[in-house]
Design a protein around this ligand. Structure first.
Ligand SMILES: [Ca+2]
Ligand SMILES: [Ca+2]
Length: 451
């Protein structure tokens, strides 16, 4: 293991004086502090290196304190108390094909009742270049090992090209497994697969893994899936019109779904689906790329909505490739921050660009989405190196891949609620004065129930 120093691990003595001008205004209203945002809100954020492990594309947890790190080449490793266990949890390198740049073991999701049933689900590319969704179980004798003989294949989805495989699998707050599928690859969705109702490509899928647990296909269709009564659709489809959803996540507090969709040559986008959604959204590809019109294929279904009509759901945020500091642009979706370590990020959705290394924090205020660049001039971070994935642990701590290193978001001067209550005056008047601002946010923060 190799550790590198955090890029911004500064700690300034005597910062009390300098901190005063940017301390937010506080009021005591109905027993709640209200903290107005101030310029420089994010300046005490830092990224703390946790582990050096090459090729991580998924970071997840099983409902306990361990972190599971998945490499594109096909291994799943356990990080326990920030220490990497020597033996992988599961080694699928002989099963997974990662020949193509976007192929490999791309996602892992642990069953909401993992502690009882030991089931987890993987998304990988097989030797035929197809996407496989498979279930595995933990070893009955060893909680840090999976049983490689336990594999049950739920879905095998043919991929016409080796790129745009999506790859994320996650359980929603409804207990169903969501699967992000890319459009099959090449460029410009040559088959208009994202809009075809009988194709699983270019879609968000939703399946019930608690049906047919012991018999093929080892899943069933939730009766509330949006197209179960339309025979022209595959019943697994939850939403359509995606190009290459490279990372989606659920806000662990609200249940809202955020889908980052990689664009073609012009725009990268973030899509939002409220927790109350009944599904069936059409996210537009390839009629639209971000907020721009794209193309009208002759082989699209005749009823495919036209660009910029109400039947398409526009992204909440998009950005131009020309704004990214790189020859390419490729969005990596993150999470809404709900952890204990970085209070200034609470409620913000974090996302990054894999090519340029930019990192943003977005939030909605009065139905307007705004985003703040956290990297480069004026931001707390330098550009990240190939941020391929984010990940949450059981407590909501947030991690990001930066080069080979997995790093955790933290705030430099953090005072805990317990600290504050024990001796708040001391905390206010000592070197953690700036942390006081964060504490105010922390006090009003209600930790979410896990799973
Ligand atoms: Ca097309
Ligand atoms: Ca779109």
């Amino acid at each position: 293991m190799m550790f590198v120093p955090p890029p911004h691990g500064r700690r300034t003595a005597g910062r009390l004086f300098f901190a005063i001008p940017r301390v937010c205004l506080t009021f005591w209203v109905s027993a709640l502090f209200i903290c107005l945002p101030t310029f420089g809100q994010f300046e005490d954020l830092r990224l703390v290196p946790v582990v050096d492990l090459a090729g991580v594309v998924d970071i997840s947890h099983a409902g306990d304190e361990r972190l599971f790190l998945t490499t594109q080449s096909g291994t799943i490793h356990i990080l326990e108390n920030d220490q990497l266990l020597t033996t992988p949890f599961l080694d699928l390198t002989q099963t997974v094909s990662s020949v193509g740049f976007e192929q490999g073991l791309l996602g892992v999701a642990f069953h909401p009742n993992y502690a009882q049933n030991g089931f987890f689900f993987v998304n990988y590319t097989n030797g035929d270049n197809a996407t496989v969704i498979a279930r595995y179980a933990v070893d009955a004798q060893d909680p840090n090992r999976a049983d490689p003989q336990s594999a049950r294949i739920l879905l095998t989805i043919t991929q016409p090209f080796d790129n745009h495989n999506g790859g994320q699998v996650k359980f929603g707050p409804d207990g169903f497994l969501y699967i992000g599928m890319g459009d099959g690859g090449s460029a410009n969705d040559p088959g208009c697969r994202s809009q075809k109702p009988d194709e699983l490509l270019g879609k968000m899928l939703r399946i019930d893994v608690d049906q047919n647990v012991a018999t093929p296909p080892y899943y069933g269709i939730p009766v509330s899936n949006p197209f179960v009564n339309d025979q022209s659709y595959r019943a697994e489809i939850w939403a359509t019109g995606l190009r290459n959803p490279w990372r989606f996540s659920f806000d662990r507090v609200t249940g809202d779904l955020y889908i980052a969709d990689v664009g073609q040559n012009a725009r990268e986008e973030i899509n939002f689906q409220a927790a109350a959604s009944n599904g069936g959204e059409n996210y537009g590809w390839d009629r639209m790329e971000g907020l721009l019109c794209f193309e009208e294929d002759a082989d699209c279904p005749v009823d495919t909505p036209a660009c910029d009509t109400v039947d398409l759901t526009n992204p909440i945020l998009d950005y131009a490739h020309t704004t990214v500091d790189s020859f390419c642009a490729s969005v990596t979706g993150g999470f809404v921050y709900r952890g204990p370590d970085a209070p200034s990020l609470l409620g913000y959705y974090l996302y990054a660009d894999y090519c340029g290394g930019e990192l943003w924090a977005a939030r909605r205020l009065q139905d307007q989405w705004t985003t703040t660049l956290l990297t480069g001039a004026g931001g707390p971070f330098e550009a990240l190196a190939g941020p391929a994935t984010f990940g949450e642990d059981v407590n909501g701590r947030l991690y990001v891949r930066n080069g080979r290193v997995i790093q955790r978001f933290e705030e430099e001067c953090l005072v805990t609620v317990a600290d504050l209550r024990a001796n708040w005056l001391q905390n206010v008047e000592t070197e953690c004065f700036n942390g006081f601002v964060n504490v105010l946010t922390l006090v009003s923060f209600v930790p979410p129930a896990v799973n």
